[in-house]
Design a protein around this ligand. Structure first.
Ligand SMILES: *Cc1c(COP(=O)(O)O)cnc(C)c1O
Length: 232
């Protein structure tokens, strides 16, 4: 039983390495994003001391605040995008995981242009079709990727999804479907866009091993790192 944050972080990392070995992947291919949305700066500082380089937040005010406090880390925006907060999100995020509307893509392009940056994004796909989940349908994903390709300050790096909770087998299928969708979209892209389109953000505290087995390149782990009450 790991009882300090540093121990939990180390255990998750060790398990990630073990699962990668089991499924024949290199641990270098999988980036662990520590989702810090429920904790304060002290816990974030501990996670960074334990080795966390990538951190995730789901609210604009939080990512602005935490990226301000910890500017050396890579901050990932994984939450609902609100139009009027797009300049703040673009100012703070290395990668936006949760883009699914073209009107937001256009606003991200404008905000990134104003900052002189190219914003990396992932397209969020609602693979499971659950109403509670955001994202484009798998059928709509390709069109949105193509629409983003026309925006000079937006670079689509891949796809993101959230699996149904509580059923490992369904989660695994959901992740495999996302990987297959990404491969088919990638095959249709011109080679310069295809080489950047290589990321699959999938898997959370309860289902990241299934996600790695299905090809995740980024897993987003909150409770397994930050909560002493979590047990897998
Ligand atoms: C909160 C959150 C996570 C992390 O969830 P845990 O179950 O705490 O690991 C991952 N992705 C998104 C989009 C989230 O909102």
């Amino acid at each position: 039983m790991a009882d300090t944050l540093a121990q939990r972080y180390d255990e998750v990392l060790a398990s990630v390495r073990a699962v990668c070995a089991e499924v024949g992947r290199s641990a270098e291919e999988v980036r662990l994003i520590a989702v810090s949305k429920t904790v304060g700066p002290e816990a974030i500082r501990e996670a960074i001391a334990a080795g966390a380089r990538d951190l995730g937040e789901n609210r604009p005010d939080r990512i602005v605040e935490m990226a301000g406090l910890f500017p050396e880390q890579r901050w990932h925006f994984i939450g609902n995008i609100q139009s009027r907060r797009i300049p703040d999100i673009v100012g703070a995020a290395a990668l936006i995981h949760s883009l699914y509307q073209v009107r937001h893509a256009e606003k991200i392009d404008a905000a990134a242009a104003a900052l002189g940056k190219v914003q990396d994004v992932l397209i969020e796909v609602n693979v499971s079709g659950e109403e509670s989940k955001s994202g484009v349908t798998p059928k709509e994903a390709q069109l949105l990727v193509e629409q983003c390709a026309a925006l000079p300050h937006v670079r689509v790096r891949g796809l993101m999804t959230m699996a149904p909770q509580g059923d490992g087998q369904r989660a695994r299928e959901c992740f495999e479907d996302l990987a297959a969708l990404a491969a088919s979209i990638r095959a249709a892209l011109p080679s310069d866009k295809a080489s950047a389109f290589c990321e699959l953000s999938m898997g959370m505290s309860e289902d990241w091993p299934q996600a790695i087995a299905a090809g995740a390149t980024m897993i987003r782990v909150g409770r397994a790192i930050f909560s002493d009450a979590f047990s897998a």
